[in-house]
Design a protein around this ligand. Structure first.
Ligand SMILES: [Ca+2]
Length: 438
């Protein structure tokens, strides 16, 4: 009898995927993405006028990466990089999809949701997709079993007469709540529904992207902010912070804190220059904006938290990138990445918990049309407009003010060569870089 029970315990998990995952203690994965957030505009980066207590608590519960990057200065490309774990320029997703049936995350790519679903995870997207509007690109064709949100790059936060584009699966959701509140509600419901099995929740807010819509409930908190755009932005940020707080409170109440890896990033930097979707954000002390490869476009709030597994309240300064969150999630789930997957991201767990003191990356790379950048250690070579290359030493000059190109030509040459080698591995963009569909 004993032997039979032992045999059952060993064999049963293979027939019941959810049970298998539960038995080996597969952790839940929650990846939360903010949209167009300013680097300066969170409490854990010192923001004074917009309290973000729930994001600050998340930062305190885990590791805050001060050199946390995204692989592009725009919404859709960085989401493509996040979900594939690969530099999106490798498969032509260099720019935002500009519309049309065949424009979206190439179906030749495998998403994190595909991989986690195959490993027995319940997978859900709540929020903004922005990886293609045609049927073949729909989130539920890309590994997400559940979807509540919208397919495009931006959306009204208030219910609209025509029902707008908020979907549950393929069907109009007829959503009445302020959108950020609705996303918080749906995220909590997803956790509630799947709390007894391993789940992957991708909670992709469109806050604090335009249109500038804040509900009265949140605006009332910021009567002291005189600038109207900044006040609205503060309200939108506060709503997102509250929604994040609801998610973390739900995980706590369900007893899942120690079994859940939580990551938080913004998809790109704050849009602060004319021609971008200006929202009242600030990237200080960084220079530059969304749509630039200066730090202001690509360096973002970046948190990784896993109670009991990662240190709490740690500040990690080595450069990391959102591509790493994919590899980190796979590792957390016990999935061994095949070399065939050609991931660019690195499992950050051994770095963040201090076991590996090396830098996770020899270099990080960017290409966005004729803009480029490479960060190698402390050094960054960047082209962010038509005035050629600039060289900065970020450790001394986080604001990219002192161009050392003429003083350090050998360093510039070295970085240029490393970047060119990477650039040669990329393909041509599958679609153009119009500035319309941000
Ligand atoms: Ca964005």
């Amino acid at each position: 009898m004993k032997r039979l029970l032992l045999l059952l315990a060993l064999v049963l998990p293979y027939f019941v995927p959810g049970l298998a995952a539960a038995q080996v203690g597969k952790p839940n994965i929650v990846i939360i993405v903010g949209d167009d957030m300013g680097y300066a505009d969170v409490g854990f980066h010192g923001c004074q006028d917009i309290p973000t207590p729930h994001l600050d608590a998340l930062a305190k519960s885990g590791v805050r990466c001060t050199s946390g990057y995204v692989s592009g200065p725009y919404c859709s490309p960085t989401r493509a990089g996040l979900l594939t774990g690969r530099y999106q320029q490798r498969f032509g997703h260099e720019f935002n999809p500009a519309g049309g049936a065949d424009v979206g995350l190439p179906v030749t790519e495998t998403t994190l949701a595909d991989r986690l679903k195959a490993a027995g995870y319940a997978t859900g997207l709540v929020g903004k997709w922005h990886l293609g509007g045609a049927a073949k690109f729909h989130p539920q064709q890309r590994g997400f079993q559940e979807f509540f949100g919208f397919l495009g790059g931006a959306h009204s936060y208030f219910p609209e007469a025509k029902g707008a584009g908020i979907l549950r699966g393929n069907q109009p959701a007829n959503e009445k709540d302020y959108l950020t509140d609705a996303f918080g509600r749906e995220a909590v419901a997803f956790i509630d529904k799947h709390q007894k099995e391993p789940f992957f929740l991708y909670l992709a807010f469109n806050a604090v992207h335009t249109p500038m819509h804040a509900s009265d409930q949140y605006l009332q908190r910021f009567g002291k902010i005189e600038d109207k755009t900044r006040r609205t932005y503060a309200g939108m940020m506060s709503a997102m912070d509250d929604a994040v707080g609801q998610v973390t409170a739900k995980l706590r109440a369900a007893g899942l804190e120690e079994n859940t890896l939580i990551c938080f990033i913004s998809d790109n930097g704050g849009p602060t220059m004319p021609g971008t979707t200006i929202n009242g954000s600030s990237n200080a002390p960084l220079r530059g904006s969304k749509r630039q490869t200066l730090e202001g476009g690509i360096r973002v709030p970046f948190l990784v938290s896993w109670k009991g597994k990662l240190p709490a309240g740690k500040v990690y300064e080595q450069p990391v990138i959102q591509l790493d969150l994919n590899a980190t999630a796979l590792a957390a789930a016990g999935i061994t990445a095949s070399p065939d997957w050609k991931l660019d991201g690195v499992n950050l767990l051994p770095y963040l918990d201090g076991k590996n003191a090396q830098s996770p990356h020899a270099a990080l790379y960017w290409r966005f049309g004729n803009m480029m950048a490479i960060r190698q250690g402390d050094w960054k070579l960047v082209q962010y407009d038509n005035t050629g290359r600039h060289l900065y030493q970020l450790g001394k000059d986080i604001g990219e003010k002192d161009n050392l190109l003429a003083k350090e030509p050998e360093k510039a040459k070295e970085l240029e060569a490393v970047w060119k080698k990477w650039d040669a591995e990329l393909v041509k963009p599958l679609w153009g870089g119009g500035s319309k569909a941000e």
